[in-house]
Design a protein around this ligand. Structure first.
Ligand code: DGL
Length: 280
């Protein structure tokens, strides 16, 4: 019998669920563990040194306990910084990262005016600026660092109805007009944001293409697992997929329901408290 691949999908909070859904769809044969470092949320406010240290600490614990066959860092804020550290520390584990989808946006845009909506951390990264220089030098690129949208998405998943004005305030700077041209593609460069996609579309000042890289990330996971485990079989993984929370607080009913609707039947509480760290 072929062994069931064990895939760890990691984010600071609930955003990585957008990636998890695509991984589960493409690889029903994989057993998925979703790990939310909710004790460290939001990562967007941590200094680079604090973020590298925090992700290393949590990863060391999770890898030791779960022995995953592949790890998805379903977080732009972390991926744009920590992937080289993780790959050097665990050379035998394949890591799949999530970085701003600037290349496809630049290719798809007709007006050549694109915006990148991300956490303040991701917007400030050299990695992000380099993606812009490499793939979008021919475009007018607006980088928008949102302080609050990831938290709005978290609250939404916990059953709260976000105020339109709160969402609008965060997305408005993405919509830029220049003469007859205007923004036509917006990169969702934080995995939390696609959780709000219906709201984003409803509140957008004009229609744009919202670029969510989740499916492309899942294809990469499929490729990585394919090398080790072959193609996905028809047989779904035995046992319940699970979600783990580092704050050690059991999710309230609405979130539990949302997780169950996403195929997560088991909750694990694994307290990993965040030591006092520097904020940017
Ligand atoms: N979901 C995360 C990302 O993709 C970050 C949210 C946060 O912790 O600030 O960037």
């Amino acid at each position: 019998m072929p062994r069931t691949p064990n895939v760890l999908v990691f984010d600071s909070g609930l955003g990585g669920l957008t990636v998890l859904a695509e991984v589960m769809r493409l690889r029903p044969d994989a057993h998925c563990i979703y790990a939310a470092d909710d004790a460290g949320f939001p990562y967007g406010r941590l200094t680079e040194a604090a973020l590298v240290g925090r992700v290393a600490e949590v990863m060391t614990r999770l890898i030791g306990q779960l022995a995953p066959d592949a790890i998805v860092i379903a977080c732009n804020t972390a991926s744009t910084l920590v992937l080289p550290h993780l790959r050097a520390a665990y050379p035998r584990i394949p890591f799949v990262g999530t970085v701003p989808a600037i290349k496809p946006a630049a290719a798809q845009s007709r007006s050549k005016m694109i915006s990148v909506l991300a956490t303040p951390g991701t917007v400030a990264r050299d990695y992000t600026r380099e993606l812009v220089r490499t793939y979008a030098a021919h475009c007018e690129v607006t980088l928008v660092g949102s302080d609050r949208l990831a938290a709005v998405a978290e609250a939404f998943m916990k059953g709260e109805k976000p105020a339109d004005a709160d969402i609008l305030a965060e997305i408005s700077p993405c919509f830029v007009e220049s003469g007859a041209a205007r923004t036509d593609c917006i990169v969702l460069a934080c995995t939390h944001y696609p959780l709000l996609l219906a709201e984003l579309k409803r509140l957008a000042p004009w229609p744009v293409t919202w670029i969510d890289p989740a499916e492309a990330i899942a294809r990469r996971v499929d490729h990585v697992l394919g090398e080790e485990f072959g193609m996905a079989g028809g047989r779904p993984a035995p046992g319940a997929h699970c979600a783990l929370f580092t704050a050690g607080i059991a999710p309230a009913a609405a979130l539990k329901e949302a997780l169950a609707a996403r195929g997560i039947g088991k909750i694990v509480l694994e307290p990993i408290p965040l030591e006092p760290v520097d904020l940017q």
